[in-house]
Ligand binder design. Structure first.
Ligand code: APR
Ligand code: PHB
Length: 389
């Protein structure tokens, strides 16, 4: 087989890239290790920046998002028994849209298959090759037979545990990492959300977040020890803890019900640089991870593939390589700012320091500053709604 761009991974990065390329007349083939059912069932985050929405509109995959997505013009930050709403619209002129990554993935897959364009699910043992000699290819096994996909470029969109980053010689790659000493225990339930906007709560017992997927489906998280076993948290125990951490106002109107999904996710910050090795380009989680506190993971995958599609288009249309040459630098400039915001908001909202410590007072002073200063609130809001591409 031959194509112009071989894409590894059918997550949001790989799928969106394939559509952005198709819009520019560039052919691609996506190789995905898992089954379509598996990919479409994964529960992930769900807050979209306006720039991400615009990219989904550009590729014609935003109809259901506009029909079912919830526009959020602010969010509440709860701390020390207080609640402060940060008004994104007022402070930045922008809003975010709450629409599950799971749904975006379904929409992007359906659109690509409807266009008759290839996604090979259950592609086993995908191995990038020819990176050094300028003849990139992907070897893999599909439906029992060994295959080879020759291509001009490889897009490594295969997430944090994929093969793309591992194909870059370690001496040429620098990685930066921070592992946080806690995780998030999440619960998804078919009950109406406790509030029409998200609530981020800093509490002595640990962070809590009230989020949602729709007017009838809620998503909540609590900060927990990283080795927490979800089976130690029967639904009732988790609901009681959420009520405590989110505070009496939320507790009074919180609707509870059986969990559809309950899992623990670790929190980490990670960046690998550069995001390119020869004709292999990394995008999304393959190159970087953010803790979920700032809701930036999916949005960074979207901005990466925006830059990459533009650079590939400049190459195919005008034979210019300069944009490809500055892809890594351009993508990383935005990545590092989102890393900074995610790290900062994580440190601000979680229980990290002993009660009564100086650091705890710093968290409270900073939250009080955000509540009282338009400048401080604007700094939070402009990062939350997304820095410009
Ligand atoms: N071969 C083929 N496909 C692979 C391989 C491999 N060796 N390894 C992983 N994959 C696939 C995974 O099964 C997955 O479908 O690559 C895809 C990567 O998708 P994601 O992990 O979703 O990563 P990405 O597309 O970068 O999306 C960004 O935003 O909200 C965050 O972390 C969240 O997934 C999210 C991310
Ligand atoms: C989610 O709804 O899953 C979610 C929302 C906001 C975050 C993280 C996760 O910051």
């Amino acid at each position: 087989m031959r194509t112009q761009v071989g894409i590894i991974g059918a997550g949001p990065a790989g799928l969106l890239l394939s559509h952005l390329l198709a819009r520019r007349g560039i052919e691609s083939v996506i190789l995905e290790a898992r089954s379509r059912d598996h990919v479409e069932a994964r529960i992930r985050a769900g807050v979209l920046e306006q720039g991400t929405v615009a990219l989904l509109e550009e590729v014609g995959a935003a109809a259901r998002l506009h029909a079912e997505g919830l526009v959020h013009e602010g969010a509440t930050f709860a701390f020390a028994g207080r609640r402060h709403r940060v008004d994104f619209r007022d402070l930045t002129g922008k809003a975010v849209v709450v629409y599950g990554q799971t749904e975006i993935t379904k929409d992007l897959i359906a659109l690509r298959l409807a266009q008759g364009l290839p996604i090979l699910f259950e592609a086993e043992g995908v191995a990038p090759g020819g990176l050094a000699d300028g003849r990139p290819h992907l070897a893999f096994v599909h439906q029992g037979s060994a295959q080879r996909l020759d291509c001009d470029f490889i897009a490594g969109c295969d997430g944090h545990h994929g093969v793309s980053r591992a194909a870059i010689p370690p001496a040429l790659l620098r990685s930066y990492e921070r592992v946080y000493p806690f995780g998030w225990l999440g619960i998804l339930a078919d009950v109406p959300p406790v509030s029409h906007e998200l609530i981020y709560a800093r509490h002595e017992r640990g962070f809590a977040l009230a989020s949602m997927r729709s007017p009838t489906r809620s998503r909540y998280y609590i900060q927990c020890a990283p080795d927490t076993d979800p089976s130690d948290w029967p639904d009732q125990r988790l609901w009681d803890e959420l009520k405590r951490r989110l505070g009496p106002e939320a507790a009074a109107c919180m609707r509870t019900g059986p969990a559809i999904e309950k899992s623990v996710a670790p929190l980490r910050s990670f960046v690998a640089a550069p995001m390119r090795h020869g004709r292999l380009f990394l995008a999304g989680d393959a190159a970087h991870i953010v803790p979920p506190t700032g809701a930036k993971g999916l949005n960074l995958a979207a901005s990466d593939v925006h830059y990459l599609a533009r650079a590939l288009a400049a190459f195919y249309r005008e034979g210019r390589e300069e944009e490809l040459d500055c892809y890594s630098e351009r993508a990383l400039a935005r990545v590092w700012k989102a890393e900074r915001f995610s790290w900062w908001l994580t440190g601000l909202m979680h229980r990290l320091h002993p009660e009564g410590s100086f650091e705890e007072q710093m968290q409270l002073a900073e939250l009080d500053y955000i509540a009282g200063s338009r400048a401080a609130a604007t700094a939070l809001a402009e990062n939350y709604v997304g820095l410009p591409f």
